[in-house]
Write a protein that binds this ligand. Structure first.
Ligand SMILES: Nc1ncnc2c1ncn2[C@@H]1O[C@H](COP(=O)(O)OP(=O)(O)O)[C@@H](O)[C@H]1O
Ligand SMILES: [Mg+2]
Length: 317
């Protein structure tokens, strides 16, 4: 049994699908495409049923109002009361037919987004010259040179273990290179969404506040935007979040104050397709500099991203 939202992986393997949605589990059989088509048909039918019930509710409510009005002047009030009770019973039945869907829409809370192409100053924000990194006894990065100007969007590809995270750690000065020189514009603000959390034993609001410097009250508002208001995510412990929710929170905290440079390490890991599309829309329009380390080839689909790779010998090509 596989728990996943990785479509490529699932569609090659699975023939039976337990679909968890809106507080219930539905079972579908067949290919992945058949499952998606059947689910779509099921949702369309549900929407039609909701519309029919809503229309009946509107008519019944209107009739109840009218009966109440007539009852005030009518001689035989009992007759109206019986009718109103019957209408109320019908109204209850129709109301119960409506299936409410859990709200899933969210946005990365960003203020002050602008057009990247309109920013005039294309100054160099990051410059690596012949940077080599040795971890343990392994040469991870070999004489890497890279120039990143303001507004540049860059994806660094590479297989597991080639040194993508190491490169972001160098740029963010988490680690020191073995040799070479690094320049990062001191005036540029930089935020780094690492692959995991250093401390996951704090609440979401505390985490968000520590990363962004915003008040807890402001953070809770932004967290509501990221997750919806069905649950009190602000006071929830990070440990309790799903993998995708953790990523959303981390990326949200990283971008909220529009830093000049954002570093994202494997940002799409754990995100479902819907969340990835929201992320890509946000990144596409982001006016600051972005460096993403990932092995997710979908980044090639985003307009305006320069592509670099690290090979198995630690070269950046
Ligand atoms: N502190 C460390 N000590 C020794 N080896 C390390 C250390 N950190 C990372 N490595 C190794 O360096 C290589 C590159 O790691 P990393 O940059 O995390 O790869 P990627 O992000 O591309 O998957 C891996 O082989 C990893 O095991
Ligand atoms: Mg990595």
């Amino acid at each position: 049994m596989i728990v996943s939202h990785d479509v490529g992986f699932i569609s090659q393997l699975c023939t039976k699908y337990f679909d968890i949605d809106n507080f219930r589990i539905d079972v579908y059989y067949g290919s992945y495409d058949t499952y998606i088509r059947s689910k779509h048909a099921h949702l369309t039918k549900q929407t039609q049923k909701n519309t029919t019930a809503s229309n009946k509710i509107a008519l019944l409510s209107d009739s109840i109002c009218k009966q109440r009005k007539w009852m005030t002047t009518a001689e035989d009030k009992h007759k109206h009361k019986v009718l109103i009770d019957r209408l109320k019973r019908d109204l209850k039945k129709e109301t119960e037919k409506i299936v409410h869907r859990q709200k899933t829409a969210f946005n990365f809370p960003i203020t002050g987004q602008g057009d990247r192409s309109s920013s005039k100053n294309k100054n160099v924000l990051i410059q690596l010259n012949d940077i080599s990194v040795v971890l343990g006894k392994k040469l991870v990065l070999s004489k890497i040179s890279l120039t990143v100007c303001s507004g540049m969007h860059l994806i660094i590809y590479g297989e597991n273990g080639v040194g993508k995270t190491t490169l972001l750690n160098i740029i963010s000065q988490r680690i020191e290179p073995y040799s070479g020189t690094l320049y990062v514009d001191k005036k540029a603000s930089l935020m780094y969404a690492e692959q995991g959390f250093i401390d996951d034993n704090i609440t979401c609001a505390d985490y968000f506040s520590s990363v962004t410097g915003l008040s807890k009250y402001q953070c809770k508002e932004h967290i509501d935007e990221l997750f919806g208001i069905e649950a009190d995510y602000g006071n929830m412990n990070l440990r309790l979040l799903s993998g995708g929710e953790k990523k959303r929170l981390q990326i949200g905290a990283c971008v909220i104050r529009n830093p000049d440079i954002i570093l994202l390490d494997e940002p799409t890991i754990s995100l479902d397709e819907y969340s990835v599309s929201i992320l890509f829309d946000m990144l596409k329009d982001y006016k600051g500099t972005i460096i993403v380390a990932s092995h997710d080839t979908r980044f090639k689909e985003i307009e305006g991203f320069a592509v670099k790779s690290i090979d198995s010998h630690g070269n950046l090509i």
